[in-house]
Structures are given as structure tokens and as C-alpha cells.
Design a binder for this molecule. Structure first.
Ligand code: SF4
Length: 699
């Protein structure tokens, strides 16, 4: 039934345009509402990112918003061993503020910090980082993007000058050769995945670089020209070999490199890339991919009129995540595949607002707009606007906060919309850190695993209960609009304001549009963004400013944001996570279409198609070696811990590699992942864990 028919039938009284709160595609929806109740979600034909399409999550998985598990009353307790007491908002924030002040007086200004959420709006994220910088007086603020795409922010800034993807989604319809590396778009980013499949069915060639055979490799009417099934942890070696083939065979775009890139950096890089260790033969030894396949894939990409690279967490969540991102950017510059439709470097962001939370200054070293806190002119501008002194020293990242908490020098945290006890690696270490905190304030829609260690719980609001904006993977800023009153009485941005006020740093905003006005005043790439313009255009892709008043689909068309493109040396350094006799298999992880991350929302939505449990995929040969049959329960042990799950024998994984999803707390996939992380950003190395697998009793 059409939207109008439903309204006429009386099933819905009004229609509100909003944005999906799941993945980084950022689909636009018409929420059909009766009273305070959503009747159905209809994909918006005018949606800039989805043009009327949607996946099962956005279309059907919104029931969690009114699930009985929702916490709707603020609560406090003095110790994590005490019972929770329901209190008013005023009492909760007053208690939290007094505890934060006591801790800072006792342990120092830097003993507290905060984490923003990629699930919350730009405006809410902006306020949390502002609270940390103004009320806590330090830069101890980080985002859950730390554990997913922080290497994208770092790597693309170093090479291209902007911490964001270069294209809009529609650009893929102009690509002739598409590399998909460490991503599974049909499961993780389904609406974009459909667009990609459309282009492949039209005849574009596909190269998949992934240890596992993702769905695209075996989709009907689509045939990957190459599936480079490399060993987990060897991405950098593979990128280097592809680049070497392109250079040695003279397939590079010399005119582009000469006019658009820094010459001394390129000359140095060229010398580096021609080293013998980057040859296809040497890299075949490292990756397990035949040299001829590497050569073939390199030729295919370099010879394409338009070659595009799409990548995901299989690139970033490694000890060399940032290096691979820079290697991908090198490859795109080398072949001149930057600055027009059909090309580019395209990170597929996981959560709805990963891009936005990074844009909004949630990093301990960067203010909104990716500007370093140590730059006097930038810091002074914010200090003048916020009427306070700002700390020029970068603060703690999440892993630093956890380490300092274990060591006893970090004692208080404000976490908005993030469940680090379930989603961060090495669960035991995170639990030990959280146990050591003297004041942990959680603001969330559900009582999550992290809340077990909290002293104050502030009820969060779902995307249906507030106004704001999300920014998707193509830098598209879209509105979310309130369709029902917050069940806990306050939207998250209102809760942050109360807490800041209680800390003695007043915030005066009546509506998120006023917060966006402040963001626009202080952030050059958002200068032209306002709620009025968002209503007028539907959405805006940043940079949106005087130069580009209606936003900008494709970046770096004439020059790079940093001026000239910067080739960076990408030496392959093997991960320290080695297989041994005790841990002979490599575990890698991913997602499935019908579930979402730790499952807090999708597991609370009734639907028969939902994937019911996490399973371990194992190759037949490895299963037989261990006497394991399909459907058996197995114990997975690593250097960090052990967990159990059911096994599925699968030829999607190669011998020596096992794979699982991480949607259920019972399976505890992150109990076994380690503390290893990206050298530049500390993004955890979720994708490479040495494990042993053995048959065991059912849980
Ligand atoms: Fe939501 Fe992503 Fe599905 Fe679109 S593709 S409906 S944004 S989960």
C-alpha cells in the first residue's frame, strides 16, 4: 500500500521523513505514524542515498524502539555491587557531576573522559566532545569509530588530505573495474550492495580481495574476474605487489602523477615499490595468492577507463590498517583513478554515523573538522566561541583510557551509546578497566554489558525520539526527525546539556538546529549546512560552504584537499599475532545481513528471518583433522581467552582460516580477540586472531 493509501485507511495519521539508524548507507525513510506509534517504514523515493530502496533492517527492524527492555528512568548506585535506585534526571546528573568533580580533585584533571557514539546524531556527538573539552578540561574524548574506521581517517588525511571517502554511491554506476577489498557489501551495506551488483550485471569487472569467499564472488550472473583469497593480515603486501606490477609494466597514469602529486614523495615511493620484497612472487609466498593472479588483477584495474576501490573493516581492523588505507590511496593516485565519477577510494562505513562522529571532533587529537588541538589558531577560535581555555595536548584514546583505568590513574567516564564491554577486543581487559572506575555514566537505550559496571544510568533515546542529523559514508548529511516523545523523557542531547550544566558549564540550546548552527560557524566544511537547507535539498554532502553551497559529490576533482597528493611508503610488517602449534588457525570476523553489530537492536525485533546465532565457519579439511562434524559445538581458544559456538563446515573459508560473526553476547567472539592494534590509530586487530578449535559439549 502506498503511503497516501495507508494514511487514508487510517492506519497512519502522518508521515515523517527520517534516516535509517543502522548502517553507513544512510537510507531515507518515510515513517508512517499513528499517535506515538510507528506503523511502518517506507523507503523514501527521494532519498539521496537509496532512491526508494531499503534492506530488511531499515524496513522492518525498528521495533526495538518500544521493546520492554528499554530503560526509561535514570538510575544511580554508589557501588557496582549495590542495587540500582531510580531517581529524577536532576538527581542523576547532580550525582554524576559531583562524582566527576571529586575524582578530578583527587586524581587530577585528566582522570576522566568520555566516549561518543556513531549511533547518535552529529549534534549529540558534538555536545559530548564539547562537554569533555570544556567541563572536564581535557581532550580525553574518543569515538567508537576508534574500533572500526579510525585508520580511514588517518590514512586518507595523510595521502589525500581529507578523512573521508572520495565519491557518492551513484559513482559506482560509472565504474568499469571494481575492487572490493575486506568488505562484504551485500551483507554489510545491502542497498549499496544492490547498486554495485547492478553495475556488475551491466558488465563491470570485479576483483575481490578477501580471505573469505563473500557472496559477490558467487552471485548468479556475476563472476569475479579475480578472487585474491589472501591470508588474513597480508593486505599491505598484496597492495604493494599490485602497485609494483603497475609500475614495472608502465601501466601508471604518468600525467596524473606528474601534475597532481608531490614529486619527491612519488620518486621515493617508486624506489620503494620496486624492491624485490614487493614483487608478485615474493608476495605470493606471503599471501598464498599465485603471482599470476596478482599480475592479472593489477593489469585489469590499471587498464580500466574507470577503476574504483571499495573497502571495509577487513582493511582497517588490522595492525597495519592505516598502512593499507594509504596503500589503497597510493594505488588510486598511481592509476589516476581520483576526481571523477566511477573511480575513487571508497570506505564503506559500518555504523549510521561513523563519518559524522569523526567529523564532529570525537578524536582526542582533533577538534571538529579534523583540526589538531595543538594548532593555536584553531584552538583559540573554539576557545573564544566556547568562552573557555582549551587543553593543547591530545588526550587519551579508548585503549589508553582502559590501560590507565587498569593502572589506577583514570577513574571516571561518560559513555554515550556504546557498549565497549561487548564490542571492544579482549573483553577481560575491558572488564578489569571498567571495574576500576569510580564513576561510570552510561547513556543508552538498553541496559548493556558495559552498564553492569556503571554508577549512573541515563536513559537514551532512539532515532525515532529526537531531531538531528546523521552523515553517511558518502559524506551525506541527512535529517532524522522526531516521530515520538523520548521514552526516558529526554533526547540524548538534552541529557548532555543537563550534565554539562550540573558540571558548571552551561549549555543553552533549545533545539538541535541551534547546535548545527554552532557546528557550521566553527567548521569550514559544514559552513553552508543548516536545517533550512537540509529541508530544502533533502540532504547535503560536505564540504558544503560558500564554494559549494549545495554540497559536493566527488572530492579532489582539480586538486587534492592537501594540494598535491602524497605517496606514502607502505612497508609490509607482519602482525605479531602468529599461528603456532597451540593456536594453528586464524580467526577472522564479519557481519550478516539480518543482524547488526552486537545485536542490541536486531535481537530485540521480532522477525522470522533473523539469524539466530553466531556460528564458526571452518573448512572441511580442518574439521576432519579435528573430528568435527557440521553442527557440532566447539571450544575456540586464543591467547586472550576462550568461547564456544556451533560449527558450520564451509568452503567459503580456506584451510587454516575460520570465520564468525559477533552479533550475540553468548558467543562472545571478542573474548578471544587480542589487544593488538593498528600502529597509527590503535584500531583493534579484530580480523587476525590465532586460535585452536576443538569439539566440546553444547553450551
Ligand atoms: Fe538501513 Fe543500511 Fe539497510 Fe539502508 S542499507 S536500510 S541504511 S541498514
Amino acid at each position: 500500500l502506498s503511503e497516501n493509501t495507508l494514511i487514508q485507511l487510517g492506519q497512519a495519521e502522518r508521515s515523517v521523513t527520517t534516516t535509517c539508524a543502522y548502517c553507513g548507507v544512510g537510507c531515507s525513510f518515510k515513517a508512517e505514524v499513528k499517535g506515538q506509534q510507528v506503523v511502518r517504514m517506507l523507503p523514501d523515493k527521494n532519498g539521496g542515498a537509496n532512491a526508494g530502496h531499503a534492506c530488511v533492517k531499515g524496513r522492518f527492524a525498528w521495533g526495538y524502539a518500544t521493546h520492554p527492555d528499554r530503560v526509561t528512568q535514570p538510575m544511580i548506585r554508589k557501588s557496582i555491587h549495590d542495587a540500582w535506585q531510580e531517581v529524577s534526571w536532576e538527581e542523576a546528573v547532580t550525582y554524576a557531576a559531583s562524582e566527576f568533580k571529586r575524582i578530578q580533585a583527587q586524581y587530577g584533571r585528566k582522570s576522566v573522559g568520555g566516549i561518543t557514539s556513531s549511533r547518535c546524531s552529529n549534534e549529540e556527538t558534538y555536545l559530548v566532545q564539547k562537554l569533555v573539552r570544556t567541563a572536564f578540561g581535557n581532550n580525553n574524548v574518543d569515538t567508537c569509530a576508534r574500533v572500526c574506521h579510525s585508520p580511514t581517517g588517518y590514512g586518507l588525511k595523510q595521502t589525500l588530505g581529507e578523512s573521508a571517502g572520495t565519491q557518492d554511491f551513484e559513482s559506482v554506476l560509472h565504474a568499469d573495474v571494481i575492487i572490493v577489498m575486506g568488505a562484504n557489501p551485500t551483507e554489510g551495506h545491502p542497498v549499496f550492495g544492490s547498486l554495485l551488483k547492478r553495475r556488475l550485471r551491466e558488465g563491470a569487472k570485479l576483483i575481490v580481495i578477501d580471505p573469505r569467499e563473500i557472496e559477490l564472488v558467487r552471485t548468479p550472473h556475476i563472476e569475479a574476474s579475480y578472487h585474491l583469497a589472501l591470508k588474513p593480515g597480508t593486505n599491505v603486501a598484496m597492495i604493494n605487489a599490485l602497485a609494483q606490477v603497475i609500475v614495472t609494466e608502465g601501466l601508471w597514469d604518468q600525467a596524473f602523477v606528474r601534475t597532481r602529486c608531490e614529486q619527491p614523495a612519488f620518486a621515493q615511493w617508486q624506489e620503494f615499490i620496486l624492491r624485490p620484497e614487493n614483487s608478485p612472487e615474493a608476495v605470493a609466498e606471503i599471501t598464498g595468492v599465485p603471482a599470476e593472479a596478482i599480475r592479472g588483477a593489477a593489469r585489469l584495474y590499471a587498464n580500466a577507463p574507470n577503476g574504483a576501490i571499495y573497502y571495509g573493516l577487513g582493511v582497517t581492523e588490522h595492525s597495519q590498517g592505516s598502512t593499507t588505507v594509504m596503500g589503497i590511496a597510493n594505488l588510486a593516485m598511481l592509476t589516476g583513478n581520483i576526481g571523477r565519477a566511477g573511480v575513487g577510494v571508497n570506505p564503506l562505513r559500518g555504523q549510521n554515523n561513523v563519518q559524522g562522529s569523526c567529523d564532529m571532533g570525537s578524536f582526542p587529537h582533533e577538534l571538529p573538522g579534523y583540526r589538531h588541538v595543538s594548532i593555536d589558531a584553531v584552538r583559540n577560535e573554539f576557545a573564544a566561541y566556547w568562552q573557555t581555555e582549551l587543553d593543547p595536548e591530545p588526550g587519551y584514546r579508548i585503549p589508553n583510557m582502559m590501560n590507565a583505568a587498569v593502572a589506577g590513574s583514570f577513574k571516571g567516564m561518560y559513555i554515550q551509546g556504546e557498549d565497549i564491554a561487548q564490542s571492544d577486543p579482549n573483553t577481560q581487559h575491558i572488564q578489569a578497566a571498567l571495574e576500576n572506575l569510580e564513576c561510570l555514566v552510561i547513556q543508552d537505550i538498553f541496559f548493556n554489558e558495559t552498564a553492569k559496571y556503571a554508577h549512573v544510568f541515563l536513559p537514551g533515546a532512539s532515532f525515532l525520539e529526537k531531531d538531528g542529523t546523521f552523515t553517511n559514508a558518502e559524506r551525506r548529511i541527512s535529517r532524522i526527525r522526531k516521530v515520538m516523545e523520548p521514552l526516558g523523557g529526554k533526547a540524548d542531547w538534552e541529557g548532555t546539556i543537563l550534565l554539562s550544566n550540573a558540571l558548571g558549564v552551561p549549555m543553552n540550546y533549545q533545539h538541535p538546529s541551534e547546535i548545527m548552527a554552532e557546528i557550521a560557524a566553527l567548521t569550514p566544511s559544514f559552513k553552508g549546512v543548516s536545517y533550512e537547507k537540509l529541508d530544502q535539498f533533502g540532504s547535503l554532502q560536505w564540504p558544503c560552504n560558500d564554494e559549494h553551497p549545495e554540497g559536493y559529490k566527488i572530492m579532489h576533482t582539480e586538486t587534492f584537499t592537501r594540494g598535491l597528493g602524497n605517496f606514502i611508503l607502505t612497508e609490509y610488517v607482519p602482525t605479531t599475532e602468529k599461528i603456532t602449534q597451540r593456536f594453528p588457525l586464524i580467526l577472522t570476523t564479519g557481519r550478516i545481513l539480518s543482524q547488526y553489530n552486537v545485536g542490541a537492536q536486531t535481537r530485540r525485533t521480532k522477525n522470522v528471518v533473523w539469524h539466530a546465532e553466531d556460528k564458526l565457519e571452518i573448512h572441511l579439511q580442518d574439521a576432519e583433522d579435528r573430528g568435527i562434524n557440521d553442527g557440532d559445538w566447539v571450544l575456540i581458544s586464543s591467547r586472550a581467552g576462550e568461547t564456544r559456538m556451533r560449527v558450520e563446515i564451509s568452503n567459503r573459508v580456506q584451510p587454516g582460516v575460520v570465520y564468525t560473526t559477533f552479533h550475540f553476547p553468548e558467543s562472545g567472539a571478542n573474548v578471544v580477540t587480542t589487544d593488538n592494534s593498528d600502529w597509527a590509530t590503535n584500531c583493534p586487530e579484530y580480523k587476525v586472531t590465532a586460535v585452536q578449535v576443538a569439539r566440546c559439549e553444547e553450551l
